[in-house]
Design a protein around this ligand. Structure first.
Ligand SMILES: Nc1nc2c(ncn2[C@@H]2O[C@H](COP(=O)(O)OP(=O)(O)OP(=O)(O)O)[C@@H](O)[C@H]2O)c(=O)[nH]1
Ligand SMILES: [Mg+2]
Ligand SMILES: [Zn+2]
Length: 302
């Protein structure tokens, strides 16, 4: 569920809480990591002290998926953020703060590369005028058409909360998004018992200061969990080849065999099926622009 320095907080299949310590060294095949266990991992344990509720962690089960970020401290290493996630949920706001489409698309590419299904929630709809609402509606339709379900919510007006609850039901969901978009506020609406802290300024002040990443899992009800991850707000693309990026845009992936050149990067090449689809309006221009900016590795374009 979470790591508190030397101890791991664990929840057994039957719902009991234990404190565990790792015995021995664990290495992931072909992966150098600073932390051997992540939130969401399943581990095998033996009881150390029943009265103290402590166990020894003996083994880590194979992961269905995981999210890893470059370690801030050890350059050749990765930092495991979470494992065995059913879905990622990106909370975005068009205003206060503004989440750019570039940021959204980067996030989607990243979760595609980790093979994690992703949904987008546009929160704070109460702050939008009619024109902005129509624009947001179009965005939702566009993202849904390429396989990312999108939802519009307002905590202030109680809009979309039932849909949000349904989205989380029975799953392990990783919540992400810029500081101040309303992640904690949304969760509190459907799980008041968690009483997560919310605030106007939040940790805006800490933005960009990568303190220790520590993800935490919360229990919504017996079969639904959310993982809150402060460190994943800035999803970095780890070591991706330029030729790979197009594979993480589902609407481009479908066309890759149709370009004249098999190694087409869809920039200036003739007879490029991707560019033709953009011109024909079958691929959204904003998505193509995000793609180009990722090719350039233009990290400042947000
Ligand atoms: N107008 C409006 N304000 C909202 C809405 N949802 C949340 N807020 C406000 O936005 C501010 C930030 O909300 P939080 O829930 O703390 O945001 P967060 O995403 O958890 O931020 P971090 O914890 O810093 O990552 C608070 O003042 C909330 O009351 C909404 O739908 N409409
Ligand atoms: Mg919060
Ligand atoms: Zn092409």
């Amino acid at each position: 569920m979470r790591s508190t320095g030397s101890w791991y907080e664990l929840r057994s299949e039957t719902g009991e809480l234990w404190k565990g310590r790792l015995r021995g060294k664990f290495k992931m095949q072909g992966l150098k990591v600073t932390n051997p266990i992540a939130v969401g991992d399943w581990v095998d344990c033996s009881i150390e002290d029943e009265s103290e509720n402590t166990v020894n962690i003996n083994d880590i089960r194979a992961r269905e998926n995981y999210i890893i970020r470059k370690s801030v401290h050890k350059t050749a290493h990765g930092h495991l953020i979470a494992a065995n996630i059913d879905q990622a949920i990106l909370i975005a706001t068009l205003t206060k703060p503004r989440t750019s489409l570039g940021f959204i698309d980067r996030f989607l590419v990243s979760s595609e590369s980790f093979r994690i299904p992703t949904c987008i929630i546009f929160n704070k709809t109460d702050l939008l005028d009619e024109e902005e609402l129509a624009y947001q509606q179009d965005l939702c339709a566009m993202y849904a058409s390429i396989g990312y379900p999108a939802l519009q919510t307002s905590v202030a007006q109680g809009v979309g909360l039932e849909e949000f609850r349904n989205l989380l039901s029975g799953k392990i969901s990783l919540l992400s998004g810029h500081s101040g978009v309303g992640k904690s506020s949304l969760v509190n609406q459907i799980a008041p018992h968690l009483a997560l802290k919310t605030s106007e300024i939040s940790d805006y002040a800490n933005k960009g200061v990568h303190t220790t990443t520590f993800a935490e899992m919360f229990l919504l009800n017996d079969e639904s969990f959310i993982i809150d991850t402060p460190g994943i707000k800035e999803l970095g693309l780890i070591d991706m080849e330029v030729s790979e990026i197009g594979h993480y845009f589902p609407e481009m992936r479908d066309l890759l065999g149709e370009c004249r050149y098999h190694n087409c990067l869809h920039v200036n090449e003739p007879q490029c099926a991707v560019k033709e689809a953009v011109e024909a309006g079958k691929i959204a221009l904003t998505r193509y622009e995000s793609y180009l900016s990722m090719l350039d590795n233009d990290d400042n374009r947000r």
